[in-house]
Design a protein around this ligand. Sequence first.
Ligand code: PEP
Ligand code: MG
Length: 845
Amino acid sequence: MDSLASTPGRPNLILQAPLSGVCVDLSDVPDPVFAQRMVGDGIAIDPTEPLLRAPCAGRITQLHRAHHALTLTHAEGVEVLMHIGLDTVALGGEGFEPLVDEGDEVAVGDPLLRFEPGLLARRARSLICLIVLPQGQSIAAPRAGRVRGGEALCEVRPARPPTRPAEEGGIIWSGIVRVPNPMGLHARPAAALAQQAKALGGGARLRRGRTEVSAESIVGVMSLDVRCGDSVEIGGEDASMVMALAEAIASGLGELEAGGEDVMESLTAEPSLMRRVQSLSGALPGVVASPGLAVGPAYRFKPQRFDIADQGQGVEWELDKLHRALARSRKSLRALIDKLKAGGSQTRAEILIAHETLLEDTALSAEAERQIHQGRSAAAAWHESTTQQAESLARSDNLLLAARAADLRDVRDRVLRRMFGRRAPIKAIPPGSILIAEDIAPSILSALRPGQILGLATTQGGATSHAAIIARGLGLPALCGLPEALLAVHDGETLILDAQRGVVTISPDEATLEALNTRQEAQQCARVAAFNAREGAAITLDGARIWVEANIGAVEEAEEAVRQGAEGVGLMRSEFLYLNQTHAPSEAEQTAQYRAVAQALGATRPLTVRTLDVGGDKPLPYLPLPHEENPALGLRGIRVGLTRPALLRQQVRAILQGVGAGARLMFPMIARVEELRAARALVEEEAASLGVEGVEIGVMIEIPSAAINAAKLARYADFFSIGTNDLSQYTLAIDRGHPQLAAWADGLDPAVLRLIEMTLEGARQRDRRVGVCGGLASDLEAVPLLIGLGVDHLSASLAAVAEIKALVRSLSRARCRALAARALQAESAEDVRALIRAEPSEVSP
Ligand code: PEP
Ligand code: MG
């Protein structure tokens, strides 16, 4: 029976044990914040079961976004904070399954939260469950030793009345303070702030945006969901108290190591040396999202700001406002989709169809409706629910999911524009400019007229974002992951956006501009001449025959490969056929697709199909793979096929039947000889059972171990195809999609070149052919080196095929060999590129 002793004569509220386990005195908890009762008095349980239940009846008033903590408020106002484990906030929700939502009423003993003890034991500092009273009450008659869930745990003694009543009006605000705590204001710093605020006794307030709470309430502070780097303000009637608390927040509330802030500041003030190495030339390095070259005036694109009132004007009115804005947004989006489809812009239309689905997502609107019912305005509720969702997507380890955060923000702003009667910000973009931004919404890019902007440069985003895909579709040069310095550029300042070399030059001098003009004109002429000569063979000046093939990812691209003069397909990324599919394709469906590609290529152009390369940054919606700490080093590529042989077998059968005799299959991410032997045996079995002859089996060389063991792999492989994208990633230990680091994962790094040389040496021992299908094969600067190293098959992106053929015809292999020998001795990719650029024209592009 629950009851509360705040009224004389009433018995104390009894808390039941929310789970079974061993009771621990709070002073013995290995965390000073809890042990010193900064959060409040309470008791801890070392749990022996993974289910947390309500210790008393009440309402769930706070569920932490990381789901490791929640607050239950008893009908008479006692707050009970339950916090599972120590440092579990860092798990970001992993290992926790909330069974209730904020606002739910629960009876004593109702299940609240389930957790995975195994995962917590491995990843958190402790599993201990803390039951704390943050409002100043204390516990009495605490249980000791073993306790079973549902048994009496302790009594709650009322708090002393607050020392000072809160006062209205006359509040002094501190101005913006940035929160430096890596995990934001979670339980520990929130407790420290609340404790200091109480000690100073001035009724301090804390606000983030328009939401304001008492700084003396740990639950209130936690409910603001303040993250690292967020701006907050502290307020109160006493200026010295405001200053003291503002300083405490700015210095990390004791969470950063002693003197941490100063030390960190002095340690982080100096600009990154990695950046500096790249910036010696005065250019900013970025990741190529869409290749090309552009020169023009900068235009800083700023996200739209909306002045959102938090308080609603009545539930019915606000609900109606939300629903009308959603309906009108859907209508305008549909009109835009139809227009794009009619104009043949299928990819852009599909991206907006994904936005349409987000708009129809009832989870988003239901959350907004819930907040409206709590008194918030439609705009505030919609903004909050979509922003929270976008932030949790952005934190995802999965790059593809993280990239969807921009889509969600985009949808959010579309609806807000409807509510505020605003026009799309695109109208303000001066034609002919290079757009610079932190990030750019896919719908903004989709709505641009062809040629409206010359290029795009962003500090965020990755090469896999929808914005990058749209930019590539528009043929718009784009770089992402550029340094923050980009945002200091003024509107109208001239930029060179070099999305071939991956750099932006700000305010170039006349000589640079002139050289660039010449380069652009020469490139344009060369492109036209190359396209006209696309059908001829690619033979070097000294008679070496180089086969130039294409990389494709869709059936329709096979026809384009033929149109571009490709001599076959050196890499069909088969997973691209299924990345957006929610059901597994049948063997017959797959067979039909491979047959269509083979037929489009005709009898004389070979087709090389790579078996599914999923996992890592390429999730397959119909094939759920477990979450991994290190996806790039986990279940990816052939490892998925070998752990799910039925999946690989089905695909192999489809390829063999679709392509027929002479089919070429290759396996991604082979790291060990055993993997190749197992995969090869599977193909041989299926080829024998289907009676398909002349099948060739290849290995993608994209992991250093494969290059080092090339001679051994060559026993079981008919050919090698070097995936320089992954080979660079794994050799240099740089995530190829990393916004800050990817620019350094350059395949021309001498270490990568050395592995390519080793692959060729290994292949030569068994006379196996070696091709390159990674990004280097489409890189005009890299091709002379690859040929010099001995590569004679290049599989390039569709747009590069004709130019690569033309380039080969201008090269002398003997000179390329000499260049390769020098490149192998160079110290860096930059030096290698400098060597190439210094070559006379028959070697240098
Ligand atoms: C590579 O890694 O170079 C490659 C061609 O494969 P993907 O880019 O598809 O991983
Ligand atoms: Mg690869």
